[in-house]
Design a protein around this ligand. Structure first.
Ligand SMILES: Cc1cc2nc3c(=O)[nH]c(=O)nc-3n(C[C@H](O)[C@H](O)[C@H](O)COP(=O)(O)OP(=O)(O)OC[C@H]3O[C@@H](n4cnc5c(N)ncnc54)[C@H](O)[C@@H]3O)c2cc1C
Length: 422
């Protein structure tokens, strides 16, 4: 017996992917709808399609911790999201940057900038739980777990089929489906990939010294080591207050990453101590070690007919400067602003704007051009410049780091970039 095809569900906006970028966008649009309801204006119909529920299997909300920059906290607060996450954050008050075996080092500090923190560190698994529960309560249609199976682009919108048989249409399709975007593949769009020949080994480590909210970035011959301060586990043991939990991202060659993943805990701690030094204290324990290949994937133009790309689907960065989600969030914020502008043009009629028209798509592209290019170029420069032992480069970067220490006014623009200020 042939199955009756599911009825077509029509939406203004369909978002594919509900991890950091897609969930932030969906919640931001739900907030925009709330404001429009209060003004008795027509609301947008929004659907979010996510393949995984917020459990251990979720690839976007895994064991990683990420640093959310000060500028991103400001934007997440405006979207109504940070107040729900604030209890999960550990403040970064200072960042120490050094070049192993050379004289260059500098610090970025919140206090001289008149800030209480340069950013906040959050554990993605915990963030995922909160965002998922917010999405379930928000005024959007959540399809989860469900996967985009196929899509057809037509003049008036995209027609989608999900793996559970649901049929959807979207005036605007938003791809927030990560580095290997299925939307990008289905639309046969190209993305450039740069392989830095590095993998990241990611783990939580414990030190014998409180972190005092310092984060560290240490450039070594094999790749950078980043340590982010984390909240201590709840413990009844008073000696735990003299210890610290930090999130480690250690970039090395893929072979070395495999080796570091598989050696004993003691050997790992010894090698880490040797590579990082003693500035954060003595490394006492390491949790589960996970590896990630480090590549930069970018679309030249993260748009298509009635379709835009945000977050990792548009560009996936090396985590050297902790900018991936910070840049992805700026995609999300810009898109919401462009949609708001489009809706504002229809204030005095009951005709709802077409939020997928080419004006919206091209305005989004224009709004993202400069920030994307600058951030991706900066990161490529950092990865190549600081993984190189060619002496003019070593000298140049060490003089640069020293200059930053000696001339505090130079730090402000660097700090502004690090903090993701728009
Ligand atoms: C080691 C490491 C450290 C990092 N540290 C930082 C940091 O300190 N600061 C920072 O800002 N960034 C950091 N990043 C980057 C940051 O983690 C990412 O930029 C961000 O999490 C990407 O979110 P996203 O939503 O764009 O993509 P993803 O997390 O890749 O999410 C894509 C989502 O789409 C879903 N999906 C895929 N295909 C389909 C389909 N067909 N149908 C339905 N759903 C689908 C997936 O299930 C997933 O939930 C780091 C990254 C790494 C690897």
């Amino acid at each position: 017996m042939s199955k009756t095809p599911a009825a077509l569900q029509q939406f203004d906006i369909v978002i594919i992917g509900g991890a950091m970028a897609g969930a932030s966008l969906a919640l931001g649009l739900a907030k925009l709808n709330q404001q429009r309801k209060l003004q008795h204006l027509p609301c947008l119909s929004v659907a979010l399609i996510e393949a995984h529920q917020a459990d251990d299997s979720h690839p976007g909300f895994d064991a990683r911790s990420i640093a959310i920059a000060h500028g991103s906290i400001f934007e997440l607060t405006r979207l109504g999201i940070w107040p729900k996450l604030a209890h999960l954050g550990t403040a970064i008050s200072d960042i120490h940057v050094s070049d192993r075996g050379h004289f260059g080092m500098t610090e970025l500090n919140a206090e001289p900038l008149g800030l209480s923190a340069l950013g906040q560190v959050v554990e993605l698994a915990k963030v995922g739980q909160v965002l998922f529960s917010e999405l379930q309560q928000a005024d959007i249609s959540l399809f989860c777990p469900a996967k985009l199976a196929s899509l057809t682009a037509k003049a008036d919108g995209h027609y989608l089929e999900l793996d559970d048989g649901s049929q959807l249409s979207a005036k605007l399709l938003v791809a927030a489906d990560g580095a290997n975007s299925v939307v990008r593949q289905q639309l046969k769009l190209a993305a450039e990939q740069i392989d830095f020949g590095q993998s990241a080994i990611v783990a939580n480590v414990e030190t014998d010294k409180p972190h005092q909210h310092w984060a560290y970035e240490r450039f070594t011959e094999t790749g950078p080591i980043a340590l982010l301060p984390m909240a201590n586990m709840a413990s009844s043991n008073p000696s735990s207050s003299n210890k610290a939990r930090l999130s480690l991202v250690w970039a090395v060659s893929p072979d070395k990453a495999e080796q570091l993943k598989n050696i004993s805990e003691n050997d790992f701690l010894q090698q880490l101590q040797l590579a990082f030094g003693n500035r954060a204290g003595r490394f006492m324990a390491v949790g589960q070690r996970v590896t990630y290949p480090l590549t930069l994937t970018r679309m030249t133009q993260p748009i298509y007919h009635r379709c835009v790309f945000v977050g990792n689907a548009a560009q996936t960065l090396h985590p050297i400067a902790g900018q991936g989600f910070n840049l992805g969030l700026r995609d999300v914020v810009s898109l919401i602003e462009v949609i708001e502008q489009q809706l504002a043009q229809h204030l005095h009629g009951d005709v709802k704007a077409d939020v997928g028209n080419s004006q919206v798509v091209h305005q989004y592209l224009a709004s993202r051009q400069q920030d994307r290019t600058r951030t991706m170029n900066n990161i490529e420069f950092l990865v190549r410049g600081f993984s190189n032992q060619h002496w003019p480069l070593v000298a140049g970067r060490n003089i640069g780091l020293r200059l930053l220490s000696w001339l505090p006014p130079l730090k402000r623009p660097v700090a502004q970039v690090a903090m993701g200020w728009r």
